[in-house]
Design a protein around this ligand. Structure first.
Ligand code: ADP
Ligand code: MG
Length: 600
């Protein structure tokens, strides 16, 4: 007797729905993609309880002809594709004709729509995919899809819905991306009666970026100079963060291909690679990269959710993206903050000078020899190291990786000189290096003090002669409150009388600084507040290092610079100061050659 039966249609539909409708955000995605495909210029999204209770998407697009509404909810019913050949060049976001059928099968759905060609609209209600109501409806052209009680008939799925907050985050992650990618469409998003996103729909991407990222980040994003590949086939556009803006995970990198949000490890890696050596280690850029390419060079029919793609020429896309992003970031690098002297500080080149003129001002610059054949950077995907094995999805920021320690990564450097009494110029195997003397020294001091402190054995160095410092009353009170912390850090201070303190020993790494200045500085700033002694001590170490480090504006003898660079090479995190700012900036031979017009 045969055991094999065809599944009832409703069960088959629910199984298939599982692939399209993973969570509320997938419903929002499919509905909004349909609205965009319908040419809508206004899309309003209303969400209740993270989408569990209600999701409603309204648009002013083409609408569905009354005679075809039922059909739209049938599986494999689509207006966007008719022959197999059409699959070769998909220009719309949808094409599988599955979304509406899937969503309807696992929810209570009301569709109200009017085609531009119809005098009257229609309202259709479906429960679990079955029609329960149909009536004419007078509404302006466009479509409204209301999805209530998602997974009401699939308790197993409903149980696995995450918290409202998580779902809201997923929905917003998707909507903000589409709002940026479609600036000519006005998006209006409400969660539980709170407006969370509103874009003007005037075609101005920058304005959307300001809405989405806030003024500070939004206005600092650099527009990618449109780049076409040799075959004029791949166009890379979008916006990327400068080297001053970075994040602890890859979640801020968005890739749109032909107007579709796509998750692709390799291209994401191309974007990260474009920032190679320009960001502190373990930090990632903010990027919104849009690739336009002939649809026939792209297969989007990989998975029902359509977030994965296959490229006919993956390497070419990889290179186009990497080159466009790199060029954009490099083009602004010369005027980036690492080159701009802090306001308070000593004479330096005026900011409007270009990289070239600044490099020319470096006296020993002729010591750099430019290789005839510039070594090719490992940009091709075949030559690159394996992509990191875990890349968090764009909507799920990974736990911060900043705390992880990196092994020393500085190549051996040869000191060439000092510029602007602030930066050490050095040569290394990869080109020219500029080191911020203050930041570098801060890093060195910080790691020494931290490691001594961690062993619990802080070597305190007695001063030849104890030094006395006198302070006004409130500063004296502040210093007094911090004496135990200072003592734990190897700074021996005693109160000798009201307002007067005597310092008799300081930690070895600080031996070159004036103990009086150090104490005056500590006394003048608010003491750290923390109930945890260790936190107090750590914070005080940071403060002390900042104070004790060599300042900008200080001329350094060659020997001292060499020592500093050697010390920096030995630190565990040589590339940033303890506050996370860069210590070192590299200009590769290739970039130098390029800047001097030696590269074709
Ligand atoms: P697909 O988008 O892959 O074609 P869907 O199941 O998402 O499949 O939608 C089925 C059809 O319903 C679409 O091809 C389109 O003709 C119609 N449709 C769905 N949503 C809208 C909308 N918001 N406006 C106009 N037509 C729509
Ligand atoms: Mg669709």
């Amino acid at each position: 007797m045969s055991q094999i039966k065809l599944l009832p249609e409703a069960v088959a539909a629910q199984i298939a729905a599982g692939e399209v409708v993973e969570r509320p955000a997938s419903v929002v995605k499919e509905l909004v993609e349909n609205s965009l495909d319908a040419g809508a210029k206004q899309i309003a999204v209303t969400i209740e309880e993270g989408g569990k209770n209600l999701m409603c998407v309204q648009d002013n697009g083409a609408g569905i002809p009354a005679a075809e509404v039922e059909l739209a909810f049938r599986r494999h019913a689509t207006s966007k594709l008719s022959t197999a050949a059409d699959l070769e060049g998909i220009a719309s976001l949808g094409f599988r004709g599955e979304a509406l059928a899937s969503i309807a099968s696992v929810s209570r759905l009301t569709c109200t729509t009017r085609s531009r060609d119809d005098a009257m609209g229609v309202q259709l209600r479906l429960e679990g995919g079955h029609r329960v109501h149909r009536a004419p409806s007078g509404r302006p052209p466009g479509t409204e899809m209301r999805i209530a009680d998602l997974f009401y008939n699939v308790p197993a799925r409903r149980k696995f819905l995450r918290t409202e907050r998580t779902e809201r985050r997923h929905i917003n992650a998707f909507l903000t991306r589409y709002a940026i990618a479609y600036p000519e469409v006005a998006f209006h998003v409400r969660h539980d009666d709170r407006e969370t996103l509103q874009t003007p729909g005037n075609g101005d991407t920058r304005e959307v970026l300001l809405n989405v990222y806030g003024r500070e980040v939004g206005s600092g994003l650099l527009e990618i100079a449109a780049e076409l590949t040799a075959r004029n086939a791949i166009r890379v556009q979008g916006f990327v963060g400068s080297t001053q803006i970075h994040r602890a995970n890859r979640g801020y990198i968005t890739l749109m291909i032909n107007g579709r949000w796509v998750e692709d490890l390799r291209i994401t890696y191309a974007i990260i690679q474009a920032y190679h050596t320009l960001l502190p280690t373990k930090r990632y850029p903010i990027a919104f990269v849009q690739v336009e390419m002939p649809p026939e060079d792209l297969d989007v029919n990989v998975h029902p959710a359509k977030t994965e793609v296959r490229f006919r020429e993956a390497d070419e896309v990889f290179r186009a993206v990497q080159r466009a992003v790199r060029a954009t970031v490099i083009a602004q690098a010369p005027v980036a903050t690492p080159w701009q002297p802090p306001r308070r500080s000593a004479p330096a080149a005026p900011p409007e000078q270009t990289l070239r003129t600044r490099l020319q001002q470096l006296q020993p610059a002729r010591q750099f020899t430019l290789p005839r054949a510039v070594k090719k950077q490992p940009t091709s995907p075949s030559a690159r190291p394996a992509t990191p094995d875990h890349v968090p999805s764009a909507t799920e920021p990974a736990p911060s990786a900043v705390e992880e320690r990196q092994p020393a990564q500085l190549p051996p450097l040869r000191v060439v000189g000092q510029v602007a009494r602030m930066f050490i110029v050095a040569e290394g195997p990869e080109g020219l290096y500029l080191i911020d003397q203050h930041a570098a020294h801060e890093r060195v001091l910080y790691e020494r003090m931290r490691s001594d402190w961690a062993t619990g054995d802080v070597p305190s160095q007695p001063l030849l002669a104890a030094q006395t410092i006198t302070l006004p009353p409130d500063e004296a009170t502040r210093l007094e409150a911090q004496l135990p912390t200072l003592s734990a850090l190897g700074i021996q201070v005693e109160k000798v009388k009201t307002g007067a303190f005597q310092v008799s020993a300081i930690p070895a790494p600080l031996r070159n600084i004036s103990p009086q200045e150090l104490l005056a500085d500590i006394a003048s700033s608010e003491p750290e507040r923390s109930p945890v002694r260790e936190e107090l001590e750590k914070a005080t170490i940071l403060k002390i290092c900042k104070r004790a480090a060599i300042k900008g504006g200080q001329v350094l003898p060659l020997e001292e610079m060499r020592t500093l660079i050697r010390d920096l090479e030995e630190t565990r995190n040589p590339r940033t100061c303890p506050h996370g700012r860069p210590t070192i900036l590299q200009i590769s031979m290739k970039e130098l050659a390029f800047q001097f017009g030696r590269l074709g």
